[in-house]
Design a protein around this ligand. Sequence first.
Ligand SMILES: Cc1cc2nc3c(=O)[nH]c(=O)nc-3n(C[C@H](O)[C@H](O)[C@H](O)COP(=O)(O)OP(=O)(O)OC[C@H]3O[C@@H](n4cnc5c(N)ncnc54)[C@H](O)[C@@H]3O)c2cc1C
Length: 387
Amino acid sequence: MDFDFTEEQRDFRSALRTLVDNDIIPVANEWERSGRYPTEIVEKLKTMGLFGITTPEQYGGMAVDKVTFTLVYEELARGWMGIAGILGSHNLSCWMIDRHGTTEQKDRWLPRLATGEARTGIGLTEPGAGTDLQGISTTARRDGDVYVVNGTKTWITNARHADVLPVLVKTDPAASPRHRGMSLLLIDTKTPGFEVQRDLGKLGYKGTESCEILMTDVRVPVTDLLGGAEGLGMKQALSGLEIGRLNIAGRSVGIAQASYDAALKYAREREAFGKPIADFQAIQLKLADIATQLQAARLMTYWAAAKADTGARVDMEAGMAKYFASETAITASLEAMRVHGGYGYSTEFDVERYYRDAPLMSIGEGTNDIMRTIIAKSLVSGSGIIA
Ligand SMILES: Cc1cc2nc3c(=O)[nH]c(=O)nc-3n(C[C@H](O)[C@H](O)[C@H](O)COP(=O)(O)OP(=O)(O)OC[C@H]3O[C@@H](n4cnc5c(N)ncnc54)[C@H](O)[C@@H]3O)c2cc1C
């Protein structure tokens, strides 16, 4: 089996590493603490074309393969996970628009989204429904050639910077099964009645905003219905979440790598009882555990991504990668903190940030409990084969 990157992937990773080492790691802690928006980093992401990694060349993007896609998130999260969040839902929605949008919708949005000139995110979750998306209560009532949208969305990342937001709505609230009455609308965020209300306080994942959005009688042209047909919204959103899970797996590997790097460096430098703590077997066991799980998570992530590149559905593979890698990120950041002793609890050291950023990886794009049910479903139905 060949686990090597292509030359192109290696060069791309090297360019990403330079960006992360020079422009992200040196400012991450300070900017995170001050709550400053990382505008300069966003400009660098634009220059590197990273807002267009899921958009085809014909619209000005570079539609990279899925292994390269996970590398982007891995490297950015190694520096600062919040930065990966700026691209996460943006690239997911670009992918959905390209895959499901009408020609007019693609022509209108993708060229500007691919360069980062226009920005996007994804509006699914509501105060009363997250995992159970079919339980949303946002409605879109048809009135001539517009939909009138009313409802509230919550936890919407990149909401303040989005120019267009795919929003999951009920076009037929009485439909049975419920998903048949659900649609995605590409809402221009300047439309009257669309209001980003407040930024939600968060444990970590700083640098990018996650907000509550109130929609009051927002009039959305019927031409902005994704794909031009009602009732497909749930399916379209779920198809996007599949690549979203690869993104989360990549980010998790990045957090685990950063935790490992910090733990190893500190263990070599810190002395106790007249020798580096790396000489104590208790510390060595932690380093061995973090490194082993990290490498397993990384290989599982590339495996799922490579399978996605074949065009196959990867519910089970992406679910496994996201589940395993995110649990690895949580454990690795905690163990790295233990290696640092009291300093690990200090905001002066990066491990404290990794520890606050890691848990979101077990929640976003479907909680890990849901990942396990998806994996099990594939196994039981016979569509997921483990040999
Ligand atoms: C920082 C942050 C950023 C986010 N960004 C976005 C965004 O940009 N766009 C967006 O749309 N959403 C976003 N979300 C929302 C996120 O996707 C949801 O929080 C997540 O899907 C879980 O939904 P919930 O919070 O409603 O939890 P719930 O669905 O209420 O789940 C609560 C618990 O019940 C469990 N549970 C629920 N149903 C089942 C079941 N059938 N079987 C087993 N266990 C179950 C869950 O696993 C969980 O442990 C973000 C969340 C956070 C915290």
